[in-house]
Write a protein that binds this ligand. Sequence first.
Ligand code: SF4
Length: 497
Amino acid sequence: MMGMDQKPQGSLFHIGIDMEKRVRANHPLRKVRERIDFDFTYSEVKDRYGHNGNVSIPPPVILKLMLLLIFYNVRSERELMDTLPERMDWMWFLGYDLETVIPNHSVLSKARKRWGEEVFRSFFERVVLQCVESGLVDGRKIFVDSSLVDADASNNSIIDTKNLKQQLHRNYRKLESRLAEAGERTSSPRKYRKTNDRYMSTTDPDAGIVNRGKAKLTYQVHRAVDGQSEIITATDAAPGDVNEASLMLPLLDQHNEITGLKAATIVCDSKYGTIENFLACHDRGIQAHTPDLHEVAVKRMKKQGLFSEDCFVYDPVGDTYRCPAGNFLKPKSLHRNRSGRDYAAPKKICAACGLRDQCTKNKTGRTIMRHLRQADLEMMREASRSPESKRDIRTRQHLMERSFARATRYNFDRARWRGLWKMKIQEYMTCAIQNIQVLISQATKRKNCAVARASAWSNRLITSVFFLLLALWSSNAPLRRRYALVECAFQKTESIA
Ligand code: SF4
């Protein structure tokens, strides 16, 4: 007889459900709960709550909810709260049981507003410190790179702030007041300036417009990664259109501060290879393994069929340059803002020169700019062309691509929220999760190694006992043979020790 599907009747009571037993032993969240401290948030945010009124969701639960949101790449906070009752492992991770009332999705946005970015930064720093204590960070060589992240705003929201018609519009005044409010709310002063202040988005004014084939509203995310286990030791976010080079030193400082280790070498791409960065590294005694922007300029000149600066020979005694035509370029003017001095040949000489077409397109003749600290600069540039530097630059490419590629599984390519400080929260959480993954996988590897060592130890012990027994059993054998067997047993026991 064919069985018919009966309408199931739900049990009225559930007895003997132990959430602890329901979640498997090797569940990733179990490992996170075992290794990561979330209770630090109590002391971190206690000043941001009042002494009476409604009781809030405990801060560690809020942080765990934020971790679940990014770790499982849940599309929205509303979806997270809708899914929560269906996921026993999430409930267990939060310390909830089956009857616990699920909080409203708005608790997360309210907590972010109340806490600011500092708590999430602290969380990231604590995870990095834990990695340092576990011996996963070498700290002497760091690799730096940035990636663009799409802002959560449409290109239709971009306005021209210099357009008078738009300034007179009522909505523009609303935007201005919102920006002023946002400026007051931001706790940390902005360390960088957008290069494009004229155009901005009304929905996310912090985002920068970057044109890479197509104009897009974006943020920049910068990371410093340690070479040993690929732990992200420093991170920062900025509007998409800031000068990337300006974030290299803050990242270096952040790395030194968080890890307590002093980086001796920094490996970056050519975007960071500015004169200011080379000299700053020189002053700090750090090797800068980065392609030089000066090399790019030299190649461009050669492509145009013009003499590059390398064709001009400097004479330190006379403080002059000798040009390819054999004439002298003497100091002309000092530019304090650029920390350099211009060198030029007399206008008449350049005008009458036969090599002029290969030298300059300027009517007044060729000028060479020499930095006031040119000797230090050349020393750093020379080091950046060494074989070790070239090897590091090649390593950086794969290492940083891997770090950003791993982040894409946490929806790294797109900002979840609007505003720079929220972009930073997203990045701190993403980096903390990536580091936790490494921390857990390394701990598992070590555990497996310990198990393998213990197994090898027991094998050797069994073998040595076997040889001893064999020696005793073959007591009728010649003395030399028995002696050899006992010696073999001793050797095995020694290897165990
Ligand atoms: S144009 Fe002036 S600087 Fe250039 S090669 Fe001729 S003389 Fe020298």
